[in-house]
Write a protein that binds this ligand. Structure first.
Ligand code: ADP
Ligand code: K
Ligand code: ZN
Length: 433
């Protein structure tokens, strides 16, 4: 098993923290001097970069949110003049304008290194043929993985997203061995393979690197079985860099965060208070080396937990659990907190439920309702009413046990739920309109 940068990835805590402190002080100085928005916020909070003498002092500094990025659209938070910026990307904003991010040449070099690390941890080598089915464009996904794979020396196929049948033809003919895309698109590919009568054994695929959206362990198992790959999760966000912030090693025991470049905190999303190691809460990230677009205490809204024990692979970098949803897309139904991934987990445990589902939230009178629309495969016959009713009752019971909430289950015809080539949007909330 290869480690791309063992000197960094297997660093002991003490020298790592010393390195982080030094980098953090430099970053705070830089943003204070060059980014008016940070200077203003620091002054409001009554803090200055010299107040940071230990890593825990970071808690005194203000958070940065997507709102700050929007207010400074497009280039207001860049810490270098534009002539030093060699790449611009943008992120899918949840509402309104997208957020714009930039990279200097050194930033791109670090990004490439970190993706090379992450892909090596997932098992990619110079012998692999890497099929990148993320959409090329303003999103960071495709370009991030692209340059990292090239640095490893793998052969990169920049196929981009869409046209699944052509993707499959290329996979067969070019002998793609590593697939890069969203987990939901991986399942769309599996569906097409099945429809075309192609066995995954006839492909050369052996590794899948999936990210950009949350997915459950059940979904992982399904992808692994149906595509015949070892499926690893990787995490990133454009505000902080893009893919390569964290990624799983072959042990799949959480995503190793590149802590020599990013400082991770877990906070209580309600109070903003820093929580002790091992707590579940919102991930907050601070960039330690970025030049063009440094981020101080960026609120990711991603709910997760960090594990500091050393991993079997030998890497010491902290491991981030699969996200449990976002603090801002968490659904509140009849006062109960519901994460779509919990529902997915239940559906995957039920024989006969296809991996395609959709949640519809509505309000009847003053009462919230949650309907889970599930595509069922041919095994459940639509003409057998009694069998169907029993099936629905069983799924509803399991959902109630998982969520602590009654959800209505509706079976829908195979292929009736829209398929996604990028990030799946599985929630229809009719309560707001
Ligand atoms: P994109 O262009 O993919 O939407 P963004 O930077 O806008 O990229 O999105 C980043 C967000 O995507 C993260 O904050 C997180 O919520 C989600 N995300 C990315 N990777 C993963 C992953 N592996 N698991 C769960 N969520 C992820
Ligand atoms: K994403
Ligand atoms: Zn590991």
């Amino acid at each position: 098993m290869m480690i791309w940068d063992p000197d960094r990835e297997c660093m002991a805590r003490e020298p790592l923290e010393a390195l982080q402190l030094e980098e953090l002080q430099t970053t705070l100085e830089r943003v204070y001097r060059h980014v008016p928005c940070y200077q203003k916020k620091f002054l409001e909070y009554g803090v200055s970069p010299s107040d940071l003498t230990s890593l825990s002092d970071l808690a005194k500094f203000p958070f940065t949110t997507k709102e700050d990025l929007r207010l400074n659209y497009p280039y207001g938070m860049f810490a270098v003049p534009l002539r030093e910026v060699v790449r611009i990307h943008s992120s899918s904003g949840t509402t309104g304008k997208p957020t714009v991010v930039g990279y200097t040449r050194a930033d791109l070099d670090n990004w490439t290194e970190l993706v090379a690390r992450m892909m090596t941890a997932a098992g990619v080598t110079a012998d692999d043929i890497v099929h990148i089915a993320f959409g090329y464009g303003l999103f960071t996904g495709a370009f991030g993985l692209h340059y990292g794979a090239e640095r490893i020396g793998a052969s990169v196929i920049p196929i981009s997203s869409g046209n699944t049948e052509k993707q499959i033809m290329i996979m067969q003919d070019y002998q793609s061995s590593a697939l890069v895309c969203t987990p939901s698109y991986a399942l769309t590919i599996a569906d097409h393979l099945q429809k075309m009568g192609i066995s995954p054994d006839s492909l050369k695929l052996r590794i899948g690197l999936f990210g950009a959206e949350p997915w459950s362990e059940e979904m992982r198992r399904e992808i692994e079985q149906r595509l015949g790959v070892l499926a690893t999760d990787n995490f990133g966000l454009s505000e902080v860099m893009g893919p390569g912030v964290g990624g799983e090693c072959e042990y799949k025991r959480g995503m190793h965060i590149a802590e020599d470049h990013f400082l991770a905190e877990i906070i209580d999303p309600q109070t903003g208070e820093v929580l002790p190691p091992g707590s579940v809460g919102e991930l907050v990230l601070t960039t330690l080396t970025k030049q063009a677009f440094p981020m101080i205490r960026y609120r990711t809204r991603d709910i997760t937990r960090l594990h500091y024990e050393k991993c079997k692979c030998g890497r010491t970098m902290v491991r981030m659990e699969k996200t449990r949803g976002r603090s801002d897309d968490m659904l509140i139904v009849k006062g109960v907190n519901v994460f779509p991934t919990q529902i997915e987990e239940v559906l995957f445990q039920v024989e006969g439920c296809a991996p395609h589902y959709q949640l519809v939230l509505d309000r009847e009178g003053h009462t919230d309702s949650l309907e889970v629309q599930v595509e069922v495969n041919e095994k459940i016959f639509f003409d057998e009413m009694k069998k169907q009713r029993e099936f629905v009752g069983m799924v509803e019971k399991r959902l109630a046990a998982m969520l602590g909430l009654r959800a209505r289950v509706k079976l829908v015809e195979p292929s009736s739920i829209p398929r996604h080539e990028g990030k799946a949007n599985r929630v229809i909330d009719r309560r707001k309109t």
